[in-house]
Design a protein around this ligand. Structure first.
Ligand SMILES: Cc1cc2nc3c(=O)[nH]c(=O)nc-3n(C[C@H](O)[C@H](O)[C@H](O)COP(=O)(O)OP(=O)(O)OC[C@H]3O[C@@H](n4cnc5c(N)ncnc54)[C@H](O)[C@@H]3O)c2cc1C
Length: 314
């Protein structure tokens, strides 16, 4: 017996129907004023805008498309997820904050304890609790395994905990975050990768200081985070002590998969082309300029190459 989705035509038709469903949802839910600000640039958005959109998505059951169904995922295929990402970007929706839904969410689903999942997954889905990524340090970027932020196991009347001291660097949106998922060193012997542990740190803990790093575009997006004897209960450790490198790599696989932001790149290129024919911009003559056209074509090729890589990965 033939299944209704057996032929490529059926599959393409179902995907097109899904695309229409996503477009209709966006049309009905994204206020024009918010759409216009996204089109102008991320810098025109506040935390409240992102939370607003996350709540709209979650109300539709689309708060975390990549998660397993039992934890609140959508059960979409890879192709559906790509369609959803593309349509959301092309329609200028606020982007889903990667640190929350795309990075720590899947790690909690895969490696978190029952307590951690119950405590954190609902807040991520609703957009009410925000996370930041405490990986990089002043001396640990590309060579992440050389990180030196130290965590020492201790115990007192209130229970077993780590005392964490060190500095994180480039921590995106730490000033909006309630929690930080953080790589710390618990062992200095052996291979550097083996002494790393993955902790969940409450940003309101005494000893946490966040200082802005203003980037070249004049925006406050990233930060330095200083940790001075911060107390972290052992139950806020992901998995086993010393296995943080394994969990951190799994998380980076989720980060890499979406980092190309193809839909957004296409949307930006489309905007550039519209500006080029706008009479208010250089009399609209830019579109006929040979050098400009060559640059736009080169960008288009780069996006196509990134798309090929992304689809291969998916
Ligand atoms: C806007 C922004 C936001 C960020 N947000 C976060 C965040 O939220 N959380 C977080 O943890 N990190 C964040 N990062 C940090 C980012 O992941 C690091 O910048 C990255 O890990 C690279 O580290 P680095 O900047 O220290 O560069 P370095 O490691 O010092 O590298 C500098 C240059 O040297 C090259 N290089 C390094 N090692 C080698 C080698 N062995 N051989 C050849 N070339 C080499 C690199 O390719 C690069 O060109 C952010 C960075 C930026 C710019």
């Amino acid at each position: 017996m033939t299944h209704p989705m057996d032929t490529p035509q059926d599959e393409a038709g179902a995907l097109q129907a899904f695309r229409e469903e996503v477009r209709a949802f966006i049309q009905a839910n994204l206020p024009l004023e918010l759409r216009e600000r996204v089109e102008r640039g991320w810098g025109f958005l506040s935390k409240e805008d992102y939370v607003f959109w996350q709540k709209r998505l979650q109300a539709r059951g689309w708060g975390a498309p990549g998660w397993p169904l039992e934890h609140g995922g959508t059960g979409w295929t890879a192709a559906q997820r790509q369609v959803y990402e593309d349509e959301s970007a092309l329609a200028c929706c606020p982007r889903t904050q990667p640190q929350n839904v795309k990075m720590i969410g899947p790690i909690l689903c895969a490696y978190g304890s029952e307590h951690q999942r119950r405590r954190f997954l609902p807040g991520i889905l609703s957009g009410d609790e925000w996370w930041c990524q405490g990986y990089s340090e002043p001396g640990a970027g590309s060579d992440l395994a050389s990180l030196r932020t130290r965590a020492v196991l201790a115990s007192d009347d209130a229970g077993e905990h780590y005392r964490v001291s060190g500095q994180k660097m480039w921590t995106s949106l730490a000033h909006w975050a309630d929690w930080m998922f953080c790589l710390v060193r618990t062992d200095t012997g052996g291979r550097p990768q083996e002494g790393i542990t993955f902790l969940l740190i409450d940003m309101k803990s005494p000893g946490v200081t966040v200082r802005p790093v203003i980037t070249l575009d004049g925006a406050h997006h990233t930060n330095e985070v200083f940790l001075d004897g911060v107390r972290v209960p052992v139950k806020m450790r992901i998995g086993e002590e010393g296995r943080g490198w394994t969990y951190s790599k799994a998380l980076l696989a989720h980060e890499r998969a979406g980092i190309a932001e193809l839909g957004r790149s296409r949307e930006r290129l489309g905007r550039l082309k519209r500006l080029a024919i706008d009479p208010a911009v250089n009399g609209g003559h830019l579109a006929g300029d040979a050098v400009f056209k060559a640059k736009v074509t080169a960008l288009e090729i780069e996006i196509m190459a990134a798309e090929a890589s992304t689809l291969r990965l998916m």
